[in-house]
Structure formats: structure tokens, C-alpha cells
Design a protein around this ligand. Sequence first.
Ligand code: B1M
Length: 805
Amino acid sequence: MTRQEFAAIATGRILILDGATGTELIKRGMPSGVSPENWILEHPEAILEVQKNYVAAGSDIIYVPSFGGNRLKLKEFNLADKGLEINRKLAELSRQAAPQGLIFGDLAPTGQFVEPSGDLPFEESVAIYREQAQGLLAGGVDGFVIETMMDVQEARAALLAIRELCDLPVMVTLTFEAGKRTLAGNDPVAALVTLQALGADAFGCNCSSGPESMAEIIAMMKPYAKIPLIAKPNAGLPQFRAGQTVFPMGAEEFGSHAATLVAAGASMIGGCCGSSSAHIAALSATARRLAAPSIGAQITGAVSSARAYRVLNPKEPFTVLGERINPTGKKALQAELRAGKLDLVQTYAEEQEKAGAALLEVNVGLSGIDETKMMREAVLLLARSSTLPLCIDTTKPETAEAALRIYPGRALFNSISAEPERLKKVLPLAAKYGAMLILLPLTEAGIPETLEKRCLAVEQILKAAEPYGYSISDVCVDGLVMTISSDPRAAQLTLDLLSWCSKRGMNTVCGLSNVSFGLPRRDLVNQAFLGMAIGNGLNMAIANPMQTELMDLVRAGDALSGRDPKLQEFCRRYAGSSNAAAPATQELSPNEALLQALLQGNAGGINGILAKALSGGASARELVDHILIPGISEVGARFERKEYFLPQLIMSADVMQAAMAVLQPMLEEKSSDSKGKILLATVKGDVHDIGKNIVAIMLKNYGFEIFDLGKDVSAESILDTAQRENIRLVGLSALMTTTMMEMKTVIELARQRGQQDLQFMVGGAVLDEAFAQSIGAHYAADALSAVKLAQRLLPDSGSTKKCPD
Ligand code: B1M
């Protein structure tokens, strides 16, 4: 099936998808702990029955049961090298179940977070999905579905993998949590903007919620969706009854929600966990009575980051693209980039975001450095640390490609001119990644001297971009600001071009400061020019948002040009303010700077901050106890309140680790002889080790010999080491309710193995005394309590240093 054929069948009718596979297979005897893909191949009759039932219930598209068929998931069952064959056979089975219907190969999370949120290299993720898609293609699928994704970047990897293999239709669905964001913090509209620009043929949500709250997410996305929207909810919110997960919504009630989902804008509906063919039959019966939603976006021209989006449209508020991440004329940034460092890039990003920039321009072009490598690293860093969408600014196509490929959003690309060579090189790659474009009305002959020639250049670029799917709403025209010192007509020429574009509904953008080059009081000229340019339709500027006069002018401009409805933003910001100069911002104390760096996840400069704090008289222990531990706890609280998301949690943890690496030697005191051996480990499945490391330092300070096995350590490894090293006390740490029970497993295994004398000390934020007792362990609430407990449990070790009470 071609993408055009898919678009045709998805227009003017409601397509019915299938329902749950996993819960249906469990009903048919699939045990837990097996590879579902392998079990299906060993029990083909089960999946044939499930899928034939869905076809009979009215499903237009059947998902191949290849959900966990990627190399990383299969590896858990020693099946990694059978991926191609397994996926091919699964697709062939689905074809047997639906000989006349459409079967879509199913790609789902690998279980590992991809960079920039996680450690799995992006290209490795692409390769994993490519391999799976190849198997499914060999099995004859009609298209693909990428589903249950929790990180837009992983969905991008899968989509790119398929796009680079074939031109079949691809549907993508993400799983949104109760706060209407994915686990990685992706916003639904931002994810839609990113993935439809990258070439998804339909987009939406599956799993996690019941139909009602899914309808709310569909309604949020609808105005921005150029493609059909998908809703595949669970049969209600899962409930835990008698140790089992139950999905409470019956088929009839589920079916009645088709109307809610379609009214919200979904034109492809089905079921996820807990739904059966009865649910799909009910959904299909209701859908038959409903008119299909129209396909098409009311709001176009949006760019996105992983967590936010911004509509670029002359009717929207003025957009300032922060210009500071550009080494031209900035010695400090040049020095950092040459040294391979990006601390200033992160600082400039934070400052500009705070000052009101809506996008961040990123330019790292500098002689003598590997621009492509540096750009990729800068983009990865900014994708993790900033919510603002990026504008990639480079003249090199290979640098542009590296940036656009890794960026987990829809970027703006600066820039594309009417030079045929550049058009040929840059247009296909910008289109491949779905970037919005800044058009520069330059031709082979240079900068056109008349308005007519500049307009012609804009039209030439638009014409060349059209076959790649670009329309006026996907571009911004650069006003080409030249200096009035050398040509008094320069400003007027730009103003005329802005006016010409504005009449055609085009976005326009200018770099501001060129106009005043060589003049005194450039600020006056720049401000007057900005005012005139806004009057001629300018709606975007590449500028320094730290200049308060400029930002004030921009906001006043929005108020005057009707881009600030009811003047709400202007009044919110300026009511009660006078035109007196704002008080200078106070410099932060080293302790405040340390806390801020931790909360913002900014590891750059952490050594300097710590050095200042220590030379100012703070002790390493005070910094750990009074700044770092409360700070990281605040990060956890923000994560819980859904103000922070996983990437921010990871960045703050990195700062904590960096700070601890500096402070650790100062926390450790030399002790001459060992006071007893203690083994420490964070249990299997848990990677939190900051607290355990602090406990280790304290125990070392009090003379104990520590065998630290690290994090995510198996029970066997802990017990083998204890046996081999003749250790009598084992300290276990766990930070999650899901991993604390692993402590019980370790202790039970020790007893089974006959390690009866082994004592256990446990700690971690989710534990308490009662839990410790219930599993036969001793509890320590913090590092100092751990020392006291160790001294009590290993009395003959002779730890002489007295522990303060
Ligand atoms: Co995560 N995380 N995290 N995390 N993380 C928590 C624990 C969480 C409470 C955040 C939240 O939701 N508010 C939550 C658990 C919820 C729950 O189960 N109740 C959580 C989650 C959900 C997750 C993930 C699942 C997120 C995701 O992927 N969706 C994921 C899990 C990955 C995994 O383990 N499989 C995850 C990942 C991470 C990071 C990797 C990003 C990072 C860890 C980096 C690292 O440790 N190297 C991280 C962090 C930093 C946190 C929080 C913010 C901070 C933990 C910390 O370092 N605290 C945390 C929220 C919080 O606790 N407020 C959170 C400071 C540390 C000094 O305290 O470890 O308690 P603590 O140690 C204390 C005492 O407890 C005691 O002494 C220490 C010093 O006083 N103690 C012992 C600890 N171990 C002891 C052992 C002893 C004795 C005392 O004897 C042996």
C-alpha cells in the first residue's frame, strides 16, 4: 500500500484498528516470563484466533504481534539473532489471519532510553528498528505502526529507520501519562508537530488511559494535525484486584466512547490493554453511525522541541530567536568551543530562555574545530536542558544533517538561498527531517539590489521547495538587513521586502544589528528600525533577548499590532511598573549558585562554584548535607509533581555526581586499620547510587573496609562476594517501591544458600524500620545511622572512632 493510498482510505471514513493482543494471549494460556513473540510462533492457533476475531469485529488494520520483536527485547530471551526470522514469520501469520485486510508491522519501545534522554546511541536505536522492519517487510506487511512510545526520540528513531527502508505508510502512537505528557516529558502537540513533519502518516495515543482522558489529548492535537489522529485507549484505567491487574470497562461502555473520540477528532480508533474483539465490535458498531472528522490543520507553521512547541505565524506574538549561541565576536565562547566545552552554550541558553527568547539559534561555526561534531553535541545538550525549539544555523549541509537528524523536535533551519547548488543540497535533507526554513533572498549573483529581484529570489526558493511538501506556512523570509552607513536605501529596501511578504501572509525574520554598523548610538538606530520593521509586518527577529529595551519594544509592538489579544500579556508584565531602570540582578552566593546549578542540571562551572564555596569557609560535609541532598530531594519532588521530567532528573543527577566527585576526597578521612568488612550494593533493577555512595564514604571514614559492588547488582553476585571475601555485614540500598522487594529476595537467597550468619543493613528513601524488620534486616535512615548500626553489628571489629549522637 502506498502512502497516498493510505491517505485516501483514511479520508472521509473512520478506520477501525484492532484491540489488545497481550491480554488476549494471556487468556489463551500464554504464561508470564516468556518471549511473547516466540510463544506465538509456538502456538500460532492462539494468535490466529485473536486476530480473526478482530477482523470479524470490524478491524480494518491488524497489528502484527511483533511488539517486543526488537533485538534488545529479544536478547532478554537469548533470541537476539533470530529477529529477522521471528518478525517475518509473525507477519506471515497475521496475513493468514487477515488475507484480505491490512496488516501493519508493530514496533514498540526497546526498554532503553535513547540519547539525549538516555544512554542508547540514537544510531544504534535506528539500526535496531531497521532490522526489525526488514523482517516485517519480508513477511509482507502493508505498513507499520510505531506504538506505546514514551519518548518522542525513540519514535523518531523507528520512523527514520522505516523511512530509510521503504515508502509504506507509518502510524505512530505515544503513551501519555495522567498529566498529559509521556514519561520523558513530551507534550502531545509538540510530539505531533515533530512526527508529522518527519513523515508519520497518522499520529495519536495508545495505552495508559481510558477513552475519556484520551479524547482530551486528541482534542488538544486536532487543530495542529495535518494527518489523521489515532485513539487506542485501554478498557478503562487499570485497577489492582487480588494481586491482578483488571481493566474495568465492559465492551458496551467502551463502544459508546467511539462518539467521544471521534468528536474530539480521532478518525482511527481501536483498543489497547484489556480490550477484546467484543470491545472492537461495539466500537465499530457505534462508529458506523458517525461522520468522520475532516483531516487538515487549522494552525500551521509550528516548530517544536521534545517538550514544547511554538507557532510561527504573523498573527502570533512576535518571536525572538536568541542569537547568543554564536561564536562570532565572542572570545570566551570561541575559547570554550576550541577546548571542546559547551558550558557557556548551556548558560547562554538558560539566560536567553529566562529573558523571553522563544527559540534558540545555534551556530558553532569556528575555524579549526569539527563543526559537525560540535553542533551535534550542542544540539544534544540543548535538547536535554532547554525546552525551547532550536534554530540550526550553519552553512555546511553535513553539519545541518547531523543536527537535524539527532534533534528530537522540529527545528527551524537557517538558511536556504536561491543559489541552485545550495537548493539542490539542502532542500532534500531539510525536507527529510521536516525542518521549517528561513529563506534568504540571495542568488548566485549575490545580494539583489532591487526589491523586485529580492521578491523573485523568494519566489524561486518557494517554487523549488514545493515538490518537497513545503508551503508558505513552513517558511520565514529573511529581510536581508544591510547597513545604512554604506547604502542609505538599505533599511527601506528591507522594509519594503517585509511589507511584500507580510501581504502574502509569510513569516519574516531579521537580524537587527547590521543596520547600524559603523554608526554612533547604534542602540537608537536599532530600536527605531525594529519599530519600523514591526510596522511593516516583521514577526520574528534574531536578537539578544537580554536587551530589555528590545524586549519591551517587542511586547509593546505586539500590543499595537493586535498580536496580544485583550492586551493581557502587556498588562500582566507592565501593570504597576514604571519606566525606571530595573534594579541590577544580584550576584548569587556560592551556595545559592550551587543549588541553582543542581536544580537546573548545569554541570558546567560546578568546579568553580565548589571552589568558591569551600574557600568562603563552607565545609564539604555542609555542602553535601545542606545544599546537595536537599537540592536533589527538591528535584525528586518536582519530578513527582510533573514539573520536571526524566531528562531534567538525569541532568541534576549528573551535577550531583560531578559535585560528589570533587567533594568525596574531602569527606574521606584516613584510617589506619580496618574496623571490619562491609559489602555495599544497590539492588538489582535499581540504578540509584548517590545515597549509597555517601553511606560508603561515611563508613570508610569510621574505619570500615568497604566492598562497593555498585548499582543494579544481582543477589547472586552480592552473596558470592560476601562468601568469597568472608564478609559478615551486607548493606543494601534501594530507592524505589518496585525494587525494595529485591532486598527480601537477597536475604531469602542467603538463607537458602546457608549463609545464616550474614547480617543485612538496609536503607533508602522508600524504606522504614517496619519494612526492614519484616524482611529480617536492620534499618539505617541515613549515613550516620548506618555508621552507628555498623559499629553495633560489628562490635568486635573495634571501630574506635566515636560516632556523634
Ligand atoms: Co529516580 N526516582 N528514577 N533517578 N530519583 C526517585 C527515587 C523517585 C522517588 C522520584 C520521584 O518520583 N519523586 C522515584 C521512585 C518512586 C518510587 O518508587 N516511590 C524515581 C523514579 C520513578 C525513577 C525512574 C523509574 C524514572 C523513570 O525512568 N521513569 C528511574 C529508575 C531507574 C532504575 O533505577 N531502574 C529513575 C532514574 C533516576 C536517575 C538515573 C535520573 C537518578 C539517579 C542517579 C544516581 O543515583 N546515580 C535519579 C534520582 C537522582 C532520583 C532522586 C531525585 C534523588 C535520589 C537521591 O540521590 N537522593 C529521587 C527522589 C528523591 O529521593 N527525593 C528519585 C539523595 C540521596 C543522598 O538520598 O538515596 O535517599 P538517598 O540516600 C540517603 C538515605 O536514604 C540513606 O542514606 C542516604 C544519605 O542520607 N540510604 C542508606 C540510602 N541507601 C542506604 C543504604 C544504607 C543505609 C542508608 O545501608 C546500606
